[in-house]
Ligand binder design. Structure first.
Ligand code: PAF
Length: 292
């Protein structure tokens, strides 16, 4: 596994591309089992290159940019046993050199949810992802479905701006009790960790309601909201269509259940994609053609 820091180091990727498609797994480090599952998904498609960069432009004022865990050595230790050909960990000066000023604004999919709650967040995400794509030129890139809106906003960028890259959304990895894995879970103490379970429970409760025949988006949304009461602050509990992230009145077709809440020091998100037909409700994917 090669560790690359500079633009010159990236020449190594040309060697990799001669043999197999290059598959990018962008991360901000603080790697956990969820990230490792993205790498395992990526391995199926070609030579895996993971990136580790805590991107300043996607954090708003007062958010946790300074506190965000950074430990490159322990991240590399976690990646070494996997089939990762290279890790690209650039400095801020390479990603945002003096004089750079262009940023990519999200389209309609960036409205509401985290886009509403964290102004500027998706412009930061798109700008850094576009820069990573430009520097590494992957054929395929893998993102976690847990960041559902992020996946769909990046998908819109790739389509609208004709980036020659195929996107894959990999399933959310959960702890045994249902908590979605997140680098921010490490901010939680034991009591907060137990209250944080309300996010995944709200989603499962909504899924049960839909499986029982409820099709009113308003009623399902209310049920999620009620189950989030252990959180310190509910940021949102929303029902959206996939992939366009419009607000449907009825629970039909491919639907995203999305929740976000503040628990102690951590702003957490979770979500679930459902494929809903008249006679069946099952879990779906964001970017694929259906069930996964
Ligand atoms: O999902 C993340 O870790 C980040 O938003 C990403 C895609 C690596 C961009 O900084």
């Amino acid at each position: 596994m090669r560790v690359l820091h500079t633009r010159d180091d990236l020449r190594f990727l040309d060697e990799l591309k001669r043999k197999r498609p290059l598959v990018l797994v962008p991360t901000m480090g603080a790697l956990h089992e969820g990230h490792l599952s993205l790498v395992r998904e990526a391995e199926r498609y070609g030579a895996v290159v993971a990136t580790i960069f805590v991107n300043p432009t996607q954090f708003g004022p007062g958010e946790d940019y300074d506190a965000y865990p950074r430990d490159l050595e322990s991240d590399l230790e976690r990646l070494r046993p996997l089939n990762v050909e290279a890790v690209f960990a650039p400095p801020v000066s390479l990603m945002y050199p003096e004089g750079s000023g262009v940023s990519i604004q999200p389209g309609s999919r960036g409205l509401g949810l985290c886009g509403g709650d964290r102004p500027g967040h998706f412009a930061g995400v798109l700008t850094v992802v576009a820069k990573l794509f430009g520097l590494t030129r992957p054929e395929i890139a893998v993102f976690g479905r847990k960041d559902a809106q992020q996946c769909l906003v990046i998908d819109q960028m790739v389509r609208d701006l004709e980036f020659p890259v195929r996107l894959i959304d990999a399933p959310t990895i959960r702890e045994g009790d249902g908590l979605a894995m997140s680098s921010r879970n490490r901010y939680l103490d034991a009591e907060e960790r137990s209250r944080a379970l309300c996010l995944s429970q709200a989603l499962r409760e909504a899924e049960r309601l839909v499986a029982g025949g409820e099709r009113s988006a308003g009623k399902v949304r209310q049920r999620m909201w009620d189950h989030l009461s252990p959180a310190d602050e509910i940021r949102y509990a929303e029902i959206r269509s996939v992939p366009d992230l419009q607000e449907p009145e009825r629970m039909e077709g491919r639907i995203l259940l999305a929740v976000s809440a503040q628990v102690g020091p951590a702003r957490l998100i979770d979500n679930l994609v459902l494929e809903i037909s008249d006679d069946a409700v099952r879990e779906g994917s964001l970017l694929g053609d259906g069930e996964r």
